[in-house]
Design a protein around this ligand. Structure first.
Ligand SMILES: *Cc1c(COP(=O)(O)O)cnc(C)c1O
Length: 357
């Protein structure tokens, strides 16, 4: 497909593969429209902008996420309000959102949007979250950057908000080296995103601009890559699930090791396998394990450091934070790439066993 893209001379922004990639991804997610963009962050930026978020607004965002979720809020001059997660699924806690919205409604300070994240490829608990946003008439934006191929009660992640966002960055479940997608049921929103992503050029033969736009479109070449990757999405998810199963089995005898909980409401894509270490029971903490793995050339990583603990957001308001701080303290992401062999996985498990008491 990449060679076809070369042969067709569409080494330019936009072209037939962009259109096809959008169509195929929209179909896969079960939404009406998709807009291919240069990154997941760009998709979040446009989704929030088109949802009406502007300077001085507050936006509820999970504290437990990658920084880009909140950066996009800041690009608009709005303020992220960092909300803690549920221990049962590591995503936005609906009980905290309920309390906060009730309180803010009374004070007349409702947020301009709520952003949910489907962390490590597991959906947030959408039934209560969507109901709350509907009741208070607040747009919900779904950051599904890590969750392509996952589902919640049989419905694909990315489809729960006014807009959903995917990333095709190098480390995500499918990749175009860099890229993203905004998905939505709203034709108006999709059209708006396409317009803003192509420098907001008005339909005239000369270059005319009435709005401030961005250079956010995905190139045709990268869209061709994305199409090829999307074809193998099911295989990739199946492999990640196998890898998760392998680690569960291989580490099951170890005291003090637990896995990221899998909520019964959905099917995660198991983008990354994450474990929690109880240092007392295990005999070493997660940092000690990380260093032992690193010494034998195995890369593992701490979980996302919660945003309320980031210097960048030292002054941001928040709600709770102890739950995700505790998970961060004890958590480790294990090597989870689809290309890992059985012997690679066995080597990781063995190295972790050597750290245990
Ligand atoms: C990767 C990621 C993004 C950003 O995507 P890019 O394509 O790298 O800009 C946003 N949110 C989350 C939760 C992510 O994991």
């Amino acid at each position: 497909m990449l060679l076809e893209a070369f042969d067709s001379n569409w080494i330019a922004p936009l072209g037939p593969d962009v259109d096809a990639f959008e169509r195929e991804l929209a179909e896969r997610v079960g939404v009406g429209h998709a807009v291919a963009l240069s990154s997941g962050t760009a998709a979040l930026h446009l989704a929030l902008l088109l949802a009406g978020v502007g300077a001085g607004d507050d936006v509820l965002v999970p504290s437990f996420t990658f920084v880009a979720t909140a950066s996009a809020v800041c690009y608009l001059g709005a303020r992220p309000v960092l909300v803690d997660c549920s221990a049962s699924n590591w995503n936005l806690d609906p009980a905290l959102i309920a309390t906060e919205l009730k309180d803010r409604a009374r004070r007349g300070t409702l947020p301009a949007a709520v952003v949910t994240v489907d962390l490590y490829g597991q959906a947030a608990d959408y039934e209560p979250l969507v109901a709350l946003c509907t009741d208070y008439e607040i747009p919900l934006i779904e950051d599904a950057a890590e969750a392509l191929g996952a589902s919640y009660k049989g419905r694909a992640t990315g489809s729960f908000g006014l807009a959903g966002v995917f990333s095709f960055n190098g480390n995500k479940i499918i990749t175009t080296s860099g890229g993203g997608m905004l998905v939505t049921e709203s034709a108006e929103m999709a059209e708006g995103a396409r317009h803003l992503a192509t420098q907001a050029r008005d339909p005239f033969p000369h270059y005319q601009h009435s709005a401030l736009g961005f250079n956010y479109r995905l190139s045709n070449l990268l869209a061709a890559l994305g199409r090829a990757q999307l074809h193998s999405l099911d295989d990739r998810v199946a492999r990640r699930r196998q890898i998760n199963g392998f680690y569960r089995e291989a580490l099951s005898g170890l005291p003090g090791v637990t896995f990221m909980p899998v909520a019964s409401y959905g099917e995660p894509n198991h983008w990354l396998t994450c474990i929690l270490i109880d240092p007392e029971a295990f005999g070493a903490d997660r940092e000690a394990i990380r260093l032992v793995l690193e010494a034998v050339d195995i890369e593992s990583r701490p979980l996302w450091k919660p945003l309320h603990l980031q210097p960048l957001f030292a002054d941001a308001p928040g709600l709770g934070g102890a739950v995700c701080a505790g998970i961060f303290e004890r958590g480790l992401c294990l090597p989870s790439g689809s290309a890992l062999s059985e012997s690679d996985l066995a080597r990781v498990a063995e190295a972790i066993h050597t750290c245990a008491r």
